[in-house]
Design a protein around this ligand. Structure first.
Ligand SMILES: [Fe+2]
Length: 424
């Protein structure tokens, strides 16, 4: 991730452009929020928006400015404790479930912190920095984009707890697309030994490599995501009540937590509604299902007589496809129905993250880099599953065919859905 090679290191002027764009995007995302909106923490897994805006700034201060700018003065010495996420190398921190207790600093102060750091980073990038520094700033930009997505998913979770069901953006319901749903069709892929993982000069996170060979048996992959309409059939067929469809851990979870539909769904007079970033809206039967856990995705696949793809199958199928899709930049902020058929695989990028049946594990010869940034991904390679493709909350341009997102199998608050696969 930050292993430096002259061929790979981008020009500081390019990274300065990226830095300005990413930092401005975060400011835009935070603009609709009050200090109260940005302070409350709705559950231990979600962080307050204020924390996201400050933590991404702390990352530049702790990883880039402190170690590389002689005499750099932190904006506030207490912020190293408040806004460190999980870096043991850097020190003690506010416990994650108690980030909502950080009622001070005020949101305005967090924006002042951002400006303080922006000035210093821009000065550094304009002073012929080393390749190592340039790559660290680049990493910080991609890190901030990850938190931009989390800011949206965490605000959605927070607003969903309010009886008012407030909209983050444009409260008017979007029209539900009517019309028949076309049956899913499957695209066949030959088996063989294929190269998997990132290669080349572009930015990638460390867990996307090293590129290596993987054996893939012949398989077929659905040409679109599983829809809400199909999920309603699963519910009506008793899918949530049949233990034979579920993994043991999944059945334990679904029964203990009383799940009988995706997160945010409510039934009103026989109709399903869901909470979105545009407030409560009717469930669109043609749009992809989202906010389902790995356990639910796996049970649905079993009910369908199919299975989830492996991450290698997904990446092999996605390689070379256009990465156009419904990302956060579209402003839609919810998954959209698949375009018409006959174009091969659709919705591979954007709309919802796609659960795979692959555990988040290191690729062969993976080694975390030394130092604090070595804690970025490697230490999470246990008890999590890989999701691919990005979502309607992912910043455009952030995703790649090799991109590996990961969450525990009971996580539902991300825009997580599924695409079916089967053996050929
Ligand atoms: Fe972070």
């Amino acid at each position: 991730m930050v292993a430096v090679s002259a061929a790979r290191t981008p020009a500081p002027s390019e990274i300065l452009k990226l830095y300005r764009r990413v930092r401005e995007d975060s400011r835009t995302l935070g603009a609709p929020l009050s200090d109260a909106d940005a302070t409350v923490q709705s559950m231990p897994d979600a962080s307050p928006a204020k924390w996201h805006l400050a933590h991404t700034t702390w990352f530049f201060e702790a990883m880039v400015l402190g170690p590389n700018v002689p005499g750099y003065r932190p904006f506030d010495d207490s912020f190293n404790y408040l806004f460190n996420s999980y870096y043991e190398t850097i020190g003690e921190r506010q416990p994650r479930p108690r980030r909502g207790m950080i009622t001070r600093p005020h949101l305005d102060t967090v924006f002042a912190f951002r400006e303080h750091v922006d000035e210093a980073v821009e000065r550094l990038l304009s002073s012929d920095p080393s390749p190592e520094v340039t790559e660290l700033v680049e990493l910080g930009c991609h890190h901030e984009q990850q938190h931009q997505e989390l800011l949206l998913t965490d605000i959605l979770h927070l607003f969903a707890q309010s009886p008012l069901k407030p909209a983050y953006k444009d409260p008017q319901p979007l029209p539900v697309e009517t019309g028949g749903r076309e049956p899913v069709s499957f695209t066949a892929f030959d088996g063989g030994i294929f190269e998997i993982g990132h290669e080349g000069n572009g930015f990638h996170f460390d867990c996307e490599g090293p590129r290596h060979r993987a054996l893939i048996e012949p398989f077929r992959l659905a040409d679109r995501l599983v829809t809400n309409g199909e999920w309603i059939e699963f519910i009506r067929d008793g899918g949530y009540r049949d233990p034979l469809l579920w993994l043991s851990a999944g059945w334990g979870t679904v029964t203990a937590r009383g799940w009988d539909k995706p997160l945010y769904w409510q039934e009103r007079d026989g109709e399903f509604w869901t909470m979105t970033l545009r407030g409560a809206q009717p469930v669109d039967p043609n749009a992809p299902v989202t906010h389902v856990s790995y356990y639910e995705a796996d049970a649905f696949a079993t009910w369908s007589g199919r299975r989830l793809p492996t991450e290698f199958e997904w990446e092999h199928a996605a390689e070379g496809l256009s990465m156009d899709g419904n990302f956060a930049d579209s402003g839609h902020l919810r998954p959209k129905p698949s375009p018409r058929r006959g174009e091969g695989l659709t919705q591979m990028f954007g709309d919802v993250w796609e659960w795979t049946r692959s555990q988040f594990s290191p690729y062969p010869r993976f080694k975390p880099v030394e130092g604090a940034v070595g804690e970025y991904n490697g230490k999470f390679m246990c008890n999590q599953f890989v999701l691919r493709g990005g979502s309607c909350a992912t910043p455009g341009g952030h995703i790649r065919a090799t991109y590996r997102n990961f969450f525990p199998p009971d996580a539902r608050w991300q825009f997580s859905g599924l695409r079916l696969a089967e053996d050929a």
